[in-house]
Structure formats: C-alpha cells, structure tokens
Design a binder for this molecule. Structure first.
Ligand SMILES: Nc1nc2c(ncn2[C@@H]2O[C@H](COP(=O)(O)OP(=O)(O)O)[C@@H](O)[C@H]2O)c(=O)[nH]1
Ligand SMILES: [Mg+2]
Length: 220
C-alpha cells in the first residue's frame, strides 16, 4: 500500500476544550459520533491515520488530537512540530470559543513560524442552529483576516467534516514547499502503525512521515 502513497501529511487540531475536536476526528476516521457521556473517557489518542484520495492520488493523513491538555493551555512545541496543516476549531454556539481563537493563533504563530503552513478556521456544531452565536459571515471574515481557510461543520451529523479536511489537504498539496523535501526531517521520530485498512492509531511525540514516504518537514 505504501508504494501508492504520494505523501504523508501531519494535520492537527487546536481550539478550546469542548468545541468538538475529538468528535470531528472520530467522525473523519471512524465515521461515528460518541454520546457526550462517552467522549471524555474514550477519546484522547495521540493521532489517527487515514488515507485520503484526491484526484486519483492517495495521501496518508495523520491527524493529531490533544488528550485534553488544551484545557490547561499546556500544548508543547512537539505537538506542533512538522505540521503542514492546522485546524483552529471553535463552537458556533459558544462565542467565547470564537474569541479565544485569537490566542490559539498567537500560540500557533509562536510554535509554527512557517508562513506557508495551511490554516483553517472551523466552526463546529452547526446542527445546533437555534443556539448559534457566531454567524457564518463573521467566521468567514475572521478567517480571511488571518489568512486562513474557513469551513463550518457538524461532527454530530457529519455535515462537511470530510469536505473540510479534504479542502485542507488539497491546499497542502498546492504548496509543495511544505512537504516535498528530499532529506528526512531530524525534527521528530515517527512511530506510526496502521492497521490493514490504514486507518488508525498510535503515536509518539514528534512529527514526520513513515515507512520511507516523504517526510513532513516544515520549519516549525
Ligand atoms: N451538537 C453537537 N455536539 C457536538 C458536536 N461535536 C462535539 N459535540 C459535543 O461537544 C462535546 C465536546 O466534544 P469533544 O469532541 O470532546 O470536544 P474537544 O474537547 O474539543 O475534543 C461532547 O459532548 C460532544 O458530544 C457537534 O457537531 N454537534
Ligand atoms: Mg478532545
């Protein structure tokens, strides 16, 4: 399978606790949504892996999730290292999580200085339309002002989850300087295992590719 993989990308989620980062990840990789009482206990892996097909080419996408450290704002540089794409997630029904994006952008810019890294602001929980506190237009304008893509989605109904991640990966593909490097990165050791459907789990700190594929190697 690896012979057919064009490249391996590292994406990661940041944003306040409770906005739905782990739920988006689970929806994308396993196409399921856990009830609220199960999310805290069950979710909290380092990263998950999924092969994404774009224009007849296959890309291995490793998506990193926090195990709750964002609550204490203790994400470290190793979480960010080697990422080509970042999703800054907020909850459209909770304006404070939108306001807090400013701090997440600050942290991202501190740890990831590469101006080419693809950023995407994601408004989640759009299934709760009656409770919406941030309009699509406001989210879109905010993202544009920060040089980021913008998507809204619902991990619960699955609306636009795949589309958002696919758009992020497509944008990374458009920026080959982010990932077409000849030499392996020394910035992190990879410890990646995927099962037979190429679709899960296990990680260690640090970024990087796997199995001789092109390495993620951004300047962060
Ligand atoms: N209605 C709704 N609830 C969601 C959605 N995504 C996540 N949640 C709920 O929001 C809470 C926090 O989700 P979680 O994925 O743990 O957020 P994280 O802390 O950012 O990883 C949980 O109770 C989820 O069930 C969504 O799209 N719609
Ligand atoms: Mg989580």
């Amino acid at each position: 399978m690896n012979k057919n993989i064009e490249a391996t990308f590292k994406l990661l989620f940041i944003g306040d606790s409770g906005v739905g980062k782990s739920s988006i990840l689970l929806r994308f990789t396993d196409n399921c949504f856990l009830p609220p009482e199960d999310t805290g206990a069950t979710i909290g892996v380092d990263f998950k892996v999924k092969v994404q097909r774009i224009q007849d080419k296959k890309y291995k996408v490793t998506i990193w999730d926090t195990a709750g450290q964002e609550r204490f704002r203790t994400l470290t540089s190793s979480y960010y290292r080697g990422a080509q794409g970042v999703m800054l997630v907020y909850d459209v029904t909770d304006r404070s999580t939108f306001t807090e994006l400013e701090k997440w952008f600050d942290e991202l810019n501190t740890f990831c200085a590469d101006p080419n890294i693809v950023k995407m602001v994601v408004g989640n929980k759009i299934d709760m339309a009656a409770e919406r506190q941030v309009s699509k237009e406001e989210g879109d304008t905010y993202a544009k002002n920060h040089g980021a893509l913008y998507y809204e989605c619902s991990a619960k109904t699955s609306l636009d989850v795949d589309q958002a991640i696919k758009a992020l990966v497509s944008e990374i593909i458009q920026r080959p300087t982010l990932w077409k490097k000849s030499a392996p990165s020394s910035s992190g050791s990879s410890n990646l295992f995927s099962n037979s459907n190429g679709n899960t789990r296990v990680g260690s700190n640090g970024g990087g590719g796997a199995d001789g594929e092109p390495f993620s190697n951004c300047a962060c």
